[in-house]
Every structure is written in structure tokens, then in C-alpha cells.
Design a protein around this ligand. Structure first.
Ligand SMILES: [Zn+2]
Length: 183
């Protein structure tokens, strides 16, 4: 299977096309700004909180990174070269981050890790046990060349490979304004 394969689902809320790929466990509806867990037979509504911060350095293209969050821990929900370090760094500051309900623009893409796996990753990272329920926590970021800047983590050097699919995600964000790209 080559190239992007879009999730052939419509939004149960508004009938709009859900934005996501077959490998994603969360698909977003851009018209009504809802998020859906699509790892089962039917889409299930997914609670979303967006961190109300921006990276201090605003160079580069905006991205929105999905994490699975429970009160004490946040686990990267995207494919990453170092998920455990990112989980520890975000979990450390999570309690001080302002957040509001709802999907941001750009929407979070590339949610590949199922919420059922988040508790296992928390244990691997030496974080407190967490069993959910998991909220999809969206963290604004900027990708400038090889540097990744994550809102609220300005002291942590991050790189493009921290988001394995970073360039593919940016390409998908560019495609969302071109309906014919859904091939
Ligand atoms: Zn919708």
C-alpha cells in the first residue's frame, strides 16, 4: 500500500470527512473540530485538551503534537525516537500547563499509539502507574529545520527525529486545504 490512505469515515457529529490515515488511532473532524478514537469498529468521541502555550521561539512551521494524558502523566501518542524521555519531560511540567478543551488549528495528526499502550509506556518511563481514562492532550510545537520546539518545554532541546513522521505530518497539513488530495 503506497502513499496516504485516508480513513474512509465520516464524522458521527456533523457528517464531515474525518481527517486521518488508516494507521492513526485518532481522526479529526475539521468542520466541527471534534476528535474520534478510530481504533475499533465505530468511531468513539475523544476528549481533547489543547495546551494554551506557544513555543518561545516562533520560527518554523506549526505542528500540534498529540499526547495521552491522565492527571499525573503524559505519554507521546505519536511515533518518536525517544518516547520515554519526552514522557518524563512533559509529565514533570504537565500540572503547570494551562489547557482548554477542544481541537486547535493546526489539528493534531499522526496519533499512532493506542491509549491502551500509554500505561505500559508510563511504566517503562518510570512514571506513576496510570490506567486512564486518557485525554488527548495537544501540545503546540514548531519545526524549524532539524530543530523542534515544543510549547512549555523551552528548556529541553528537541529535534525533528523526536517526531518520527514530522515532515509527513507537515505535508498532510498542507494537503488539508486541497480536497482532491484525498486519494
Ligand atoms: Zn464533524
Amino acid at each position: 500500500m503506497n502513499g496516504p490512505r485516508f480513513v474512509p469515515l465520516t464524522c458521527p457529529n456533523c457528517g464531515g470527512n474525518l481527517f486521518g490515515r488508516a494507521a492513526d488511532v485518532v481522526a479529526c473532524c475539521l468542520p466541527c473540530r471534534s476528535a474520534w478514537l478510530v481504533d475499533g469498529a465505530e468511531p468513539r468521541t475523544q476528549r481533547v485538551l489543547t495546551v494554551d502555550l506557544q513555543p518561545a521561539d516562533t520560527a518554523g512551521a506549526p505542528l500540534a503534537l498529540p499526547f495521552w494524558a491522565s492527571p499525573a502523566v503524559a505519554i507521546p501518542a505519536f511515533e518518536s525516537a525517544r518516547p520515554l524521555s519526552l514522557a518524563r519531560a512533559v509529565s514533570r511540567v504537565l500540572g503547570s500547563w494551562p489547557a482548554r478543551p477542544g481541537l486547535p488549528d493546526p489539528p493534531p495528526l499522526g496519533t499512532r499509539i493506542a491509549p491502551a499502550a500509554a500505561g505500559r509506556i508510563a511504566r517503562l518511563a518510570g512514571l506513576p502507574d496510570a490506567n486512564g481514562p486518557w485525554t488527548l492532550l495537544v501540545v503546540p510545537a514548531r519545526l524549524a529545520g532539524t530543530r523542534l520546539r515544543i510549547a512549555g518545554l523551552d528548556g529541553l532541546p528537541c529535534y525533528a527525529e523526536d517526531v518520527s513522521e514530522a515532515s509527513a505530518l507537515l505535508a498532510r497539513l498542507a494537503e488539508r486545504k486541497t480536497p482532491t488530495a484525498a486519494r
